[in-house]
Design a protein around this ligand. Structure first.
Ligand code: UT7
Length: 322
């Protein structure tokens, strides 16, 4: 059987209008613009408006991706939403997005892999397409991460932001020699208590807030990221020099720089949005993809590596011929 390659047809994004600066945060907790910029590279983040939910951000990004592909919701038969901040405990945010986009057919579900969610969602949609379980997928990473922050905890509340990014994944047509080339997904649940929420439906019957041993996460991040990147390169017979673009999860500029240096990537090949978006968890990779596609950096035929690492720990990378 010839394997059907799934390609990324388009990208869309949505950022809430409200921008919150580091100086504003310094009025809430004992921090400073200087500390946040030096330790993380973050200058600002977007914050969803009251009543604006993850499904609203996701649907807005999804509409843009459809528009940019010249498609209608009728053309899609699968919606996958990667999120850690669902509108409700259930149903899946993807079901609410399905309703907001006016789709009655197909299937919709969420993926929960925290910051790695979008890479997991791309891998899932890729498998569905390759196995004939779906024909065309709308894959979204969307978060209202600011809703689960403890605004008294300066070690976490300065790090996150809200946003959504989306891609349309489709079967390659005859002659389209591009698409998802390989993916590596990993997790190690022994690290779950390094980055988690201190609550949930089953344990506390409440939502909980983000808790993190930042130094511990930092310590593992670069090694985990580079391991999956090397694995995907090895699986496809490519080398680092073949990469046109590295689109990493945007948690901390120092982690991005550390991974880039370890991989031997020139900084101009690395897409960075953490300064403007902060850490938007599952939304960060599609938001970064959208930024680099829209400003003309990522072009058809380019070799693009996406990667992410986050709570669980989960981590993963995917190599895409754009
Ligand atoms: O997306 C999921 C993955 N998440 C991540 O990748 C996050 C990984 N971790 C990190 O990015 C970094 O560890 C942080 C940005 C969270 C922290 O940076 P760090 O260089 O590891 O700082 P630290 O935790 O070692 O803290 C250094 C100092 C501490 O003070 P003392 O103990 O040295 O007196 C902290 O209390 O900085 C203090 N501190 C702050 N100071 C001002 C911690 N947060 C703040 C703050 N403002 N917001």
């Amino acid at each position: 059987m010839t394997e059907k390659k799934s390609i990324i047809r388009s990208v869309g994004a949505y950022l809430p209008a409200r921008v919150m600066t580091n100086d504003e945060l310094a009025k809430l907790v004992d921090t400073s613009d200087e500390w946040i910029q030096q330790r993380t590279g973050i200058k600002q983040r977007h914050v969803a408006a009251e009543g604006e939910n993850t499904s609203d951000l996701a649907a807005a990004a999804g509409r843009k991706a459809l528009e940019n592909a010249g498609m209608d919701i009728a053309d899609v038969d699968l919606i996958v939403v990667a999120t850690t901040t669902p509108d409700m405990t259930f149903p899946a945010t993807a079901a609410v997005v399905q309703q907001k986009l006016g789709m009655h057919h197909g299937a919709a579900f969420d993926i929960q892999a925290v910051c790695s969610g979008f890479v997991y969602a791309v891998a899932t949609a890729d498998s569905y397409l390759k196995n004939g379980l779906a024909k065309r997928a709308l894959v979204i990473g969307a978060e209202t991460a600011t809703r689960i922050l403890d605004w008294n905890d300066r070690t976490t509340c300065v790090l996150f932001g809200d946003g959504a990014g989306a891609v349309i994944m489709d079967h390659a047509k005859a002659g389209e020699d591009r698409g998802v080339l390989a993916t590596s997904l990993r997790s190690d649940g022994h690290y779950w208590n390094k980055l988690y929420t201190d609550g949930g439906p089953s344990s506390t019957r409440s939502m909980g807030h983000v808790r993190m041993e930042g130094r511990e996460v930092f310590k593992h991040a670069v090694g985990m990221i580079t391991d999956v990147v090397y694995k995907v390169l090895e699986d496809t017979g490519h080398t680092i020099d073949d990469l046109d673009w590295f689109v990493p999860h945007q948690a901390n500029k120092r982690i991005i720089d550390g991974a880039g240096q370890k991989l031997g990537l020139p900084p101009e090949k690395v897409v960075v949005t953490v300064d403007r978006h902060a850490n938007t968890s599952a939304a960060s990779v599609p938001l970064a993809l959208h930024t680099a596609v829209t400003d003309g950096r990522i072009k058809r035929g380019d070799l693009v590596m996406i990667e992410a690492m986050g709570g669980g720990f989960t981590w993963g990378a995917s190599l895409i011929r754009w």
